[in-house]
Design a protein around this ligand. Structure first.
Ligand code: GLN
Length: 279
């Protein structure tokens, strides 16, 4: 009978043709097929692989070889140390979005009872990270997609019950005038027709969570235009965007009257988030 170690090596070889992350992917899929965490594999590589588990692994590996994102195959992705449920109805949270969380935390003092909105919350990743770090903040996640909001609701129930409120709606629309202190969003910002949309995980993700119109900035402009009326004077807007969009997003925020506009870089040093506050 094949051991876990041998099955892992074989699966990694199978995935290596298409995926740079083949070894890691194989570990995540095998652990999932076993109903264990990845750490389990290190101490148990000599354990025999049960036939049923082997069949589950083969099915998962075949789908991965066909390009499906690992996060969708296992229904999970970690973000800001939170174990989030994700489905093909939500964007897969990405490490670079931790820059948005870190930037927002700088605008939300630890003991302040601020009202914070995460627009287009998807799986709830950013809203939950902010709620986790700022127990006194009142965090609302807004999402247009019913499929995504169901996933966000499950994540809120499991990870931070009653700490994040969810509203179905379009960007800032659910909010009354001057009702928010901080608005954050990771909106769709990839330009329509960008080959990136057809590659890797993106090809399987909801298009409406990724594609931001002809120049990628359609959602960013809408949010920048509508947020000032909902923000209290001095309130901050933080928007994630593509690495080449910093100058255009700064210009957009300046045009709509935001002050102290500046761009934050992600851990790789790329422009990633632009912020500004209303006067
Ligand atoms: N950073 C994502 C990507 O490059 C895009 C996410 C988004 O559009 N919000 O795939």
């Amino acid at each position: 009978m094949e051991t876990l170690g041998a099955a892992l090596a074989r699966t990694a070889r199978l995935l290596a043709a298409r995926h740079e992350s083949a070894r890691l992917d194989a570990e995540v899929l095998l652990a999932h097929a076993l109903g264990r965490n990845r750490a389990y594999l290190y101490g148990h590589s000599d354990e025999p692989l049960a036939a049923e588990t082997g069949a589950r692994l083969a099915a998962l590996a075949a789908r991965r070889a066909g390009g499906e994102p690992v996060a969708y195959l296992v229904g999970r992705r970690e973000f800001w140390s939170l174990d989030l449920e994700v489905t093909p109805g939500t964007l897969i949270p990405r490490p670079e979005t931790e820059t948005l969380v870190a930037g927002a935390l700088d605008r939300i003092p630890a003991d302040a009872r601020l009202r914070v909105a995460d627009l287009g919350t998807g799986s709830g990743a950013v809203a939950l990270a902010l709620a986790r770090e700022r127990p006194h903040a009142f965090v609302v996640g807004v999402e247009r997609s019913a499929r995504a909001i169901a996933v966000a609701a499950a994540n809120v129930r499991r990870l931070a019950p009653r700490r994040v409120r969810l509203l179905q709606g379009d960007w800032c629309e659910p909010f009354a005038e001057q009702s928010l202190d901080v608005v954050v969003a990771n909106p769709p910002y990839v330009a329509e027709g960008d080959p990136h949309l057809e590659r890797g995980d993106a090809a399987f993700e909801p298009r409406e969570a990724l594609a931001g119109g002809p120049d990628g900035l359609q959602a960013i402009r809408r949010i920048a235009r509508s947020a000032p009326a909902r923000l209290r004077p001095g309130g901050w807007l933080l928007l994630e965007h593509g690495e080449d969009q910093g100058p255009r997003v700064r210009e957009t925020l300046c045009r709509f009257g935001y002050r102290d506009v500046r761009t934050l870089a992600d851990l790789a040093g790329r422009d990633r988030v632009t912020e500004g506050h209303r006067p």
